[in-house]
Write a protein that binds this ligand. Sequence first.
Ligand code: SF4
Ligand code: SF4
Length: 350
Amino acid sequence: MAGIDPKFGEALKNYGAINFNACYNCGTCTAVCSLSTPENSFPREMVRLSVLGMEEELTASLKPWLCYYCGECTTYCPQTAHPGELMMSLRRWLTSKYDWTGLSGLLYRSLPLSIIAFVLVAIGVISFAVSQQFNQETIMHYGHYFEMIAIGTVFLVVLLPNIIRMWYFVIQKPGKKISLMTYLKTSGELFVHMFTQKRSLGCDDNKFRWFEHLVLVFGYLMLLFTTVFLDWFGSENLFIIVLGYIESALIFIITVDFVYSRIQKKREVSKNSQPSDWFFVIWLLLMGLTALLVRLFIDLNIIQSNLWMYLVHLTVLAQWALIIVPFGKWTHFLFRSFAMYFEALLAKAR
Ligand code: SF4
Ligand code: SF4
């Protein structure tokens, strides 16, 4: 029989859940949720499992990832049990369950620890600059390689094992049988959802928001490609230079809008921002802004006398690559895409 843990609710509050114990199981939230289906009914079931503390069922479930936090369920809940926020909290909690290092959970639960991690990375970057006697050429040279090495290492050491753990929890452990051919034939789902997040169109009444997300994903991936593989900061090719400016400006403009929206708190999704939400949007904003300024300083030929600008950018980049990407909210982008893929596999198995 499945285990029940009455203390689970308390633990989930550390991930942002609010008042979900007030739920009296009326089902209004599931009825109004436009993404809920008879095969994948939520969020009421998730609220019940959370109240009972049925961790094993929750860990094996993909439903928290099928929610795109439009907030309708929270708006109509007669008990103010915040089912939308519960789904968001479960996504954070699941991220910590998938993470073999245990760092995701620690950073989600503790703001001081998150701040310490950010400070340690900043100290690392400054120490590196001191060890190189603030030599601009050497620092920028290693900074470029750092991006490549950090991306590869984080993917191989943290993200890939965590995706495998997610697969184990939702497919292998519950004993679902899926043929290799089905995995291959369905793999397109992964990339479609990763790049388009098209499922959110069924939920969010704000199509502009979806469009902003789409531009942000492409802008971010393109800027990564332009800086890492086209060496934007070292390039003299006009096309590459302009391309980098456009990408970094797009990231900056869209993230300013996201930050503004979180400050305004008009939409459900923006009302209860956790530190991890703030870190994500602010660091994305800083990445776009500092990358743009570094390239501008290079074009104005003032980067040598203003190396601090590059060091600020490198610090933001290192914090992003070593904290937010492997252990923070960035992982939601990855896990949600794989959740869509796994769900398509399970649908075929059904
Ligand atoms: S609408 Fe509120 S009270 Fe009703 S089932 Fe959903 S969470 Fe519970
Ligand atoms: S936030 Fe929106 S998508 Fe998520 S469960 Fe509630 S109504 Fe459904």
